[in-house]
Design a protein around this ligand. Structure first.
Ligand SMILES: [Zn+2]
Length: 323
């Protein structure tokens, strides 16, 4: 589907690498089999599936859980409203279901829909017992703490309500310092693909911190701005990076019917773009729109070394997420 006149750009079928996608949203069983089957042609054979309370047992009962490590989505509302008892109950439930990874979403969008006048702080003392429980259970957190720089310029301009991106990153660094035993995967390249110097500082300072490559267009847009520097940085931090897509399998949130062809294009275009970006030295236009870039985003391949690719694509996730 994404092949072009250049045969090297044909990344479908016979992938040379196995990929573990550490950031997938599973909304239910619908289209899941179709998704898991289709993505194999890009080499993806294992995923961290993010979902609600009942997801794991639902999929297990349908025989659909085989290649999935489950990640339990803690309620953002409970965080926002400091419903500590609810959060603890949810963590206990996850533990009882033998789920070892928790998702926390506290990006600025979470503030957008509320009347809260001040920014939410992830390191708030009222949440200490929640993190202590996570630590006691030896669970891992996948966390989303901020958004692209461009969103703070365009959408989250109200400083009083959202604060600055730097403040959110500093709060997160503080949390990492307070709970050094909790392994945390900071989604979307730590939300800092725009500032690799700051991201490097965080990784150097907090050995339990990892990052994922989720959100194809955000990564390709920002890391492609200085491909040489990005490549050097990725080679340097190759042990701390996990492949992620942020894809979903469609279930609700369906505003209109999406045909099978469109579903496949949505999934395939993201994997194809990321693989072209990490694995090759080719350039190509991103095969879908990046609404955060008025000029069409270009993929400028980083051509990472084979050993780095093997770690980012599989080994790092395997080491961290599998028992
Ligand atoms: Zn996500």
């Amino acid at each position: 589907m994404f092949s072009s006149s250049n045969p090297l750009l044909n990344l479908e079928n016979n992938p040379p690498f196995k990929i573990f996608d550490s950031h997938v949203h599973i909304w239910g069983h619908r289209y899941l089999n179709e998704y898991l089957g289709y993505i194999k042609r890009f080499g993806v054979d294992r995923i961290l599936g993010i979902g609600g309370q009942e997801l794991k047992s639902k999929l297990e009962s349908r025989g659909l859980a085989e290649n999935i490590i489950f990640c339990y989505y803690l309620s953002s509302y409970d965080f926002l409203k400091f419903k500590v008892n609810n959060l603890q109950k949810s963590i206990d439930e996850a533990h009882a279901k033998e789920i070892r990874v928790l998702k926390i979403f506290v990006g600025p969008m979470f503030q957008f829909f509320t009347r809260n006048k001040n920014p939410f702080r992830i390191n708030h003392t009222r949440l200490e017992s929640v993190y202590s429980k996570i630590e006691d259970y030896d669970m891992t957190i996948l966390i989303h703490v901020a958004d692209p720089d461009i969103s703070y310029k365009k959408k989250y301009k109200n400083k009083k309500k959202y604060g600055s991106k730097e403040d959110r990153i500093n709060d997160f660094s503080d949390l990492l310092g307070n709970f050094p035993k909790i392994t945390m995967i900071s989604a979307h390249f730590g939300c800092l693909p725009e500032n690799l110097t700051r991201l490097g500082e965080l990784l150097d300072r907090h050995p339990q911190l990892f990052i994922d490559t989720a959100s194809t267009r955000w990564m390709i847009r920002e890391l492609g701005k200085n491909a040489t520097k990005s490549k050097e940085w990725l080679e340097n931090y190759q042990d701390r990076i996990l492949f992620g897509s942020d894809l979903g399998n469609f279930e609700f949130n369906l505003k209109f019917f999406i045909s099978k062809q469109r579903r496949k294009y949505y999934w395939g275009s993201r994997y194809w773009s990321q693989r072209l970006f990490w694995e090759t030295a080719h350039q190509a236009p991103l095969p879908f729109k990046d609404k955060d870039n008025s000029e069409w985003t270009q993929i400028k391949g980083l051509n990472l070394t084979r050993s780095t690719l093997e770690k980012i694509y599989y080994k790092n996730a395997q080491g961290l997420l599998e028992d």
